[in-house]
Design a binder for this molecule. Structure first.
Ligand code: 5RP
Length: 223
């Protein structure tokens, strides 16, 4: 059973005619977007707000009309993936590097739905490396200042070994080997470091988590 597909497609049930819909990034929400493409072909009228270039390309191919975040006052519902979610509806996102746009789109949304596989539901955040998006100018200062607190980071590279750049032209440092027992403290710490544009902790955004299970069910967990 493809848990990503089951969860991704189920989320389309929250999308209604006339809505502005935030379109997340990643391999799970990919299935949401494919299904929305079918629904649009069948007459559904929506406007999508893409959280990455990759998602915009997919949506355009499927004929989903898009606008930029600057063109809408608010978004009715955003559907996105996540890398980890705990029982308090706190999560880590940014495995796909789109965390900044994803958070801006989530913040503008009346409702946020995450679509995940079962293994993404965790007791404590942090087994998945926490990404932070940093300004290339002086990025090493950020790395060094975290190192002073024994926080190990790794500059993200792409498959060809080049430094990964986000859609906003920034770098990503992935924080390694830290179990985030107090995510709020982490959020405050990271917000206080100059040059960090955004971090992948999404602590108060998601309303509904849809989890695809190995038995083929998609369970809906509401806040
Ligand atoms: C991209 C993200 C993704 O939503 C997250 O990495 C989950 O991706 P996937 O569904 O491929 O596991 O935050 O920046």
């Amino acid at each position: 059973m493809n848990q990503k597909k089951i969860a991704g497609e189920k989320a389309c049930g929250w999308v209604k005619d006339g809505m502005v819909v935030g379109l997340g990034t990643g391999s799970t929400v990919y299935y949401t977007i494919e299904k929305l493409g079918e629904m649009v072909r069948d007459g559904l009228n929506i406007t999508g707000i893409a959280t990455s270039e990759e998602t915009a390309i997919q949506a355009k191919k499927l004929g989903i009309p898009l606008k930029s975040l600057n063109d809408v006052k608010q978004i009715d519902v955003t559907i996105d993936g996540a890398d980890e979610v705990n029982k308090d509806f706190q999560g880590i996102k940014g495995g796909g590097g789109a965390l900044l746009r994803e958070k801006m789109v989530a913040a503008a949304s009346l409702m946020n739905i995450w679509v995940v596989e079962e293994k993404k539901l965790v007791e404590e955040l942090g087994e998945f490396s926490l990404p932070i998006e940093v300004i290339p100018f002086g990025w090493k200062q950020i790395k060094w200042s975290l190192e002073k607190e024994a926080i190990e980071t790794e500059l993200r590279k792409n498959d060809s070994g080049k430094v990964y750049q986000t859609n906003n032209g920034n770098y990503i440092l992935d924080i390694k080997n830290q179990i985030l027992t107090n995510p709020v403290e982490w959020q405050e710490k990271l917000a206080g470091i100059p040059g960090i544009v955004e971090h992948g902790l999404f602590l108060d955004y998601v309303d509904i988590v849809i989890c695809g299970k190995a038995n083929g069910e998609a369970i809906v967990i509401k806040k």
